[in-house]
Design a protein around this ligand. Structure first.
Ligand code: PEP
Ligand code: MG
Length: 316
């Protein structure tokens, strides 16, 4: 029965009353594209470009090599959106030529956008390669920066995108609580937000995502995390801009409904999760998702939040 429901699930993501929530895929490179297309992804919500840089940790790949890889992904979604994240090096993804070797706490050090602002040549090459890769393609290219902490970060990234002549929407990932708390100020510089709930949980709860002993605090159902998602989504709505989720949270069908109820405008996940999320969303109205979200936020633990959402939606 479950299988039949999933097979019947196709088309754009939407609640049962037709509120659209585009379902996008997280990809690591061209190799992940066929599964995303097969799952009916409406585009790519997170293209992690790190894979290109992992072959050789001593230097950045050439502009030509980057153009080729980006084009292979952009070509696969002629009608869709592709959100490319610029290089997110450091912490759990160190690169010799970028990441300082002697940091006492790399997750709180020079990583993500911080590395790129310290190495503007690497950012410039990546943005130029993206501009060339998108040339002549109808795809809607969007480019975002990881680890944006404040408005100055967002402005520095948008300035770099403009300087590279990139014709794309520029966005900021919300992975640091400061960015969620001041989302409206960040949105003065960029056109969209994308919540990276994996890092947002790590930094909200001071719980390293690589340390199993604190995994309880990495649970995206934590009400404090839901509050930060709501703040970001409300800020985006007030500014008339979009706010997606591209962390693991989006892949949990029940949580995807809650995120929708919190005002998130798109969900991006590993391709394998898309049919499950599509079918869950299609079961409930937007108002039911909103009631589930409010019930989850009214609790004091991840477990209670999930139960509260389940209770609302099972009685729906
Ligand atoms: C996140 O932090 O939620 C995210 C999507 O980025 P990554 O998992 O690549 O750090
Ligand atoms: Mg992240």
């Amino acid at each position: 029965e479950r299988k039949a429901a999933l097979a019947a699930s196709s088309g754009p993501g939407a609640t049962s009353d037709g509120h659209k929530v585009p379902l996008l895929a997280n990809v690591g490179g061209p190799a992940d594209v066929p599964a995303a297309v097969e799952a009916g992804a409406e585009g790519v919500g997170l293209f992690r470009t790190e894979f290109l840089f992992l072959d050789d940790s001593t230097k950045a790949p050439s502009e030509e090599k980057q153009v080729e890889a980006y084009r292979a992904v952009l070509e696969a979604f002629p009608e869709g959106r592709v959100v490319v994240r610029v290089l997110d090096a450091g912490a759990d993804k160190p690169l010799d030529f970028l990441t300082p070797a002697d940091e006492p706490n790399p997750a709180l050090g020079v990583r993500g956008l911080r590395s790129l602002l310290d190495h503007p040549d690497v950012l410039r090459t990546q943005l130029t390669a993206l501009a060339k890769a998108a040339e002549g393609l109808p795809v809607q290219l969007e480019v975002m920066a990881p680890m944006v902490a404040d408005r100055a970060d967002a402005k520095a990234f948008a300035d770099a995108c403009r300087a590279a002549g990139l014709r794309a929407k520029f966005g900021a990932m919300v992975e640091i609580p400061s960015a969620a708390l001041r989302a409206r100020s960040i949105l003065q510089e960029v056109e969209f937000l994308s919540l990276g709930t994996n890092d947002l949980a790590q930094y909200t709860f001071a719980a390293d995502r690589q340390v199993g002993a604190v995994s309880r605090l990495q649970d995206p159902w934590q009400p404090a995390l839901l509050d930060l998602v709501a703040l970001s989504a409300e800020a985006a709505r007030a500014e008339g801009k979009s706010c997606g989720v591209c962390g693991e949270a989006a892949a949990d069908p029940l949580l995807a409904c809650v995120l929708t109820g919190l005002g998130v405008t798109s969900l991006s996940m590993g391709a394998a999760s898309i049919p499950y999320v599509r079918s869950a969303l299609a079961t409930y109205t937007l108002a039911q998702c909103e009631r589930a979200a409010a019930a989850a936020r009214a609790t004091d633990s991840a477990e209670a939040a999930r139960k509260a959402a389940e209770a609302v939606l099972s009685g729906a």
